[in-house]
Design a protein around this ligand. Structure first.
Ligand SMILES: Cc1cc2nc3c(=O)[nH]c(=O)nc-3n(C[C@H](O)[C@H](O)[C@H](O)COP(=O)(O)OP(=O)(O)OC[C@H]3O[C@@H](n4cnc5c(N)ncnc54)[C@H](O)[C@@H]3O)c2cc1C
Length: 400
């Protein structure tokens, strides 16, 4: 095969955004290696498609910066390329006094992050935004939007290709030998590159380990399953209806999202997946499962009583539709079990350290003539333009 200045592993939103930014700013010879025959096959094409404008992230964090900037840049990009985007806004509903108090914290955070929000109080005020939602108060954020993430990734790739990037789909990276430059063994031959960028999503820790990077961390896969409302019942959600997030929990509870095609999806839950690409709750990958179960960090995470109880709850929502519907009914009481049909699922690449801490901020680590996106944590789609830009910039600095 060929010889490149830079090889990027992974054709999701982060890899393609990095390819676009790097190619547009340099004369480097760049290739992108993707193991599947289509781009955005994993996280970047199996998500809620929501632009999260950063009201829920600690001010000053990389996550807050990327998601706030990302939302604005994505909107301009979608506009420029005429890609599907609906300016729905999001309604975060409080159903208890504790949650209502939390809305004020969220609003303060949003203001510090430069994100516009409004708090409404009383059931009838909540219903003015979403007639079928029930809550004693709500925070409305008009900047949130719904997008088609697959079309977005293909547009990024088109931009990158137009700037000279070679795409190799159906090329799985199986091994990397570094000896001043990288000899990258793929399922269809060897590519050499002076510099490597790892944006391999659910497998980023494994690619990093090939060059001795990120040893203190492991990706633990958490599946997010969706139901969709059957035709004729979608009117119960006009935009997006979210529960008030619990700051101690890593994943948001079940929520409603109106997609750009008009479908309303409900979910995702967050259940330990028995494989990094196990999209059904009956699918097991023995290698992946053994790796998770032999990781000390995983057991330290599960040792917390709260996490164990959340894990049990989420498992129940996966195997028992009734439990899922009960969670959904907290926000919209009128929905019935027969209104829900099983839909698709995605698997989140959750990075865990050896002490069992969930890594919540995006993480980029350097290695021998290489950069590794070890954590493109949610909202990674929202963040992908500034994040890819940042990866490209960091790589260019290293190459100089
Ligand atoms: C259920 C769910 C809901 C989400 N909802 C949202 C949301 O509403 N808004 C939001 O902003 N974010 C959301 N996210 C997060 C967002 O989808 C991810 O943060 C983002 O897609 C990560 O992109 P990525 O490019 O790093 O990973 P990926 O999209 O997983 O891309 C990695 C690519 O690397 C390839 N690859 C892996 N190993 C190899 C190898 N050995 N050789 C070659 N190629 C390889 C894979 O095939 C894959 O295509 C959600 C995620 C999930 C799972």
């Amino acid at each position: 095969m060929a010889d490149y200045d830079v090889a990027i592993v992974g054709g999701g939103c982060i890899g393609c955004s990095t390819a676009k930014h790097l190619a547009e700013r340099s004369e480097l010879e760049i290739c992108l290696l993707e193991k599947e025959y289509h781009l955005a096959t994993h996280q970047s094409g199996r998500n809620s498609g929501v632009l999260h404008p950063g009201f829920n992230y600690p001010p000053g964090s990389l996550k807050a910066r990327f998601s706030t900037e990302g939302t604005r840049r994505m909107k301009a990009y979608f506009d420029e390329h005429d890609l599907p985007l609906e300016h729905t806004g999001v309604l975060v509903v409080a159903t208890t006094d504790r949650e209502e108090r939390r809305l004020s914290d969220l609003q303060a955070q949003a203001t510090e992050n430069g994100v516009e929000t409004e708090i409404v109080t009383g059931e009838s005020a909540v219903r003015e935004y979403e007639p079928h939602a029930r809550g004693q108060a709500a925070l409305y954020c008009p900047e949130a939007a719904s997008v088609d993430s697959q079309q977005y990734v293909y547009q990024l790739a088109a931009d990158a290709k137009a700037s000279g990037v070679d795409f190799y789909v159906g090329h799985r990276v199986d091994g990397i030998d570094f000896d001043g430059e990288h000899a990258i063994t793929t399922s269809k031959g060897t590519v050499t590159a002076s510099y490597l960028i790892n944006a391999a999503g659910l497998h980023a820790d494994r690619i990093a380990a090939e060059v001795g990077v990120g040893r203190g961390y492991q990706i633990v896969p958490f599946r997010g399953e969706y139901y969709e409302l059957v035709p004729g019942t979608e009117d119960v959600c006009q935009s997006m209806i979210y529960p008030t997030p619990d700051p101690d929990l890593p994943f948001l509870g079940v929520h409603y999202t109106r997609r750009t095609d008009g479908k309303v999806i409900v979910g995702p839950n967050a259940v330990l997946a028995f494989g990094r690409e196990s999209y059904r709750n009956t699918e097991v990958n023995l290698r992946d499962l053994a790796e998770t179960l032999s990781y000390g960090g995983f057991w330290k995470l599960m040792a917390s009583r709260e996490m164990a109880s959340v894990a049990w709850d989420e498992l129940n929502k996966s195997y028992r539709k009734q439990r899922f519907v009960e969670a959904a009914r907290r926000l919209v009481p009128s929905v019935r079990e027969e209104d829900f049909a099983r839909s698709y699922a995605g698997v989140r690449a959750q990075l865990l350290d050896a002490d069992g801490n969930l890594i919540k901020d995006p993480m980029l680590t350097d290695g021998p003539r290489s950069l590794h996106v070890l954590n493109a944590v949610s909202p990674g789609l929202t963040s992908s333009l500034p994040f890819g830009d940042h990866v490209a910039e960091t790589a260019l600095e290293a190459l100089e």
